[in-house]
Design a protein around this ligand. Structure first.
Ligand code: SF4
Ligand code: SF4
Ligand code: SF4
Length: 306
């Protein structure tokens, strides 16, 4: 069994998450040879004849696109590893700025770079938008998460290389959260830095924008368990993905309206920062953008470079 991990537009955190299997990595290397991974070994190009390749990161430039096509061609099974690969992830947010704004920021404006920085011309050309890998090539399996958590990867990667059956929950983050829903009075939206949430009660019913109901499970609700609202890093729940009339934004509005006595129109006014709060991890996904009710097109055309 030969396995590989390819890196596209991401932070390499998903590959580090594989290393975070700790001692289980020994079982992995016993079952399979890691023949290619630019982050953990010095191999420049993927060989042919890979059995399972994991691809991390989104497609933002021409080099990412070429690498994705090559790893698809060289592999029998291709797995999208992490939310960037599955839905565009954080790279998708780059569509809210023009290429010029992004390059100025990265090469000239940040505190950590020379103020007279030079914008290079010999870097791979930007594509007109970000793509999730499944928008461009056939993907056999998706493992979302930013990055996928160690316990989740243990449940998936080892059985996968051993050819065993994998049974996973397909519910939302709320299914893994043990907070209690209470009767809601005088609900008002609170930004996450405001106050200290009660540790027992559902964060959404306290006014914190917790995306648990619309987010795929697999992290053991690690943020709500640490008193922080879920911001959706596992990507959309399956019902959001599959149902054309469901989208992250409209389902959150409906959920809050059900919980409170506030009309949907008023909730919509409160949730004005839709790009950063609702689509922070999915803006680069054509599947999510193409939903008729998606707000992604609006956010990109108002603020972006299209
Ligand atoms: S999904 Fe998250 S951890 Fe993985 S490459 Fe993207 S930003 Fe990094
Ligand atoms: S909305 Fe958030 S806090 Fe409430 S049950 Fe779901 S995950 Fe837990
Ligand atoms: S609770 Fe939400 S933001 Fe936190 S790790 Fe899970 S999916 Fe990501």
């Amino acid at each position: 069994m030969k396995i590989a991990i390819e890196e596209l537009a991401g932070c390499s955190g998903c590959t580090i998450a594989v290393l975070d299997l700790h001692e289980a990595i020994l079982d992995l290397v016993e079952a399979a040879d890691i023949v290619y991974s630019p982050v953990i070994m010095d191999v420049k190009e993927p060989p042919e004849g890979i059995d399972i390749a994991f691809v991390t990161g989104a497609v933002r430039n021409e080099e990412n696109q070429e690498r994705l096509k090559k790893i698809r061609k060289n592999s029998k099974v291709l797995v999208a590893l992490g939310t960037c690969a599955c839905y565009g992830g954080i790279s998708g947010l780059s569509m809210m700025s023009s290429r010029e704004e992004l390059f100025n920021k990265v090469y000239c404006d940040l505190d950590t770079v020379n103020k007279n920085g030079i914008i290079p011309h010999d870097v791979p050309e930007f594509l007109y938008r970000v793509f999730a890998v499944g928008d461009l090539v056939k993907i056999d399996y998706y493992i979302p998460g930013c990055p996928p958590k160690e316990a989740r990867l243990k449940e998936i990667i080892l059985p996968m290389v051993k050819g065993e059956k994998i049974n996973l929950s397909r519910k939302s983050v709320c299914s893994e959260c043990d907070r209690k829903m209470v009767e809601v009075k005088d609900w008002s939206l609170k930004r996450r830095h405001v106050g200290i949430p009660d540790r027992e009660t559902c964060l959404l019913s306290q006014g914190y924008l917790c995306l648990g109901p619309v987010t795929f499970c697999g992290c053991n609700a690690s943020c709500p368990k640490n008193n922080v609202p879920c911001h959706g890093c596992n990507g959309p729940s399956l019902d959001i993905l599959r149902e054309p009339c469901r989208d992250i934004y409209n389902m959150m509005v409906r959920r809050i309206a059900d919980l409170t006595d506030i009309p949907q129109k008023e909730i919509e006014k409160e949730l004005y920062d839709v790009g950063h709060t609702m689509y922070a991890f999915t803006m680069g996904s054509e599947v999510m953008e193409d939903k008729q009710i998606s707000k992604i097109r609006e956010v990109i055309s108002q603020e972006g470079n299209r």
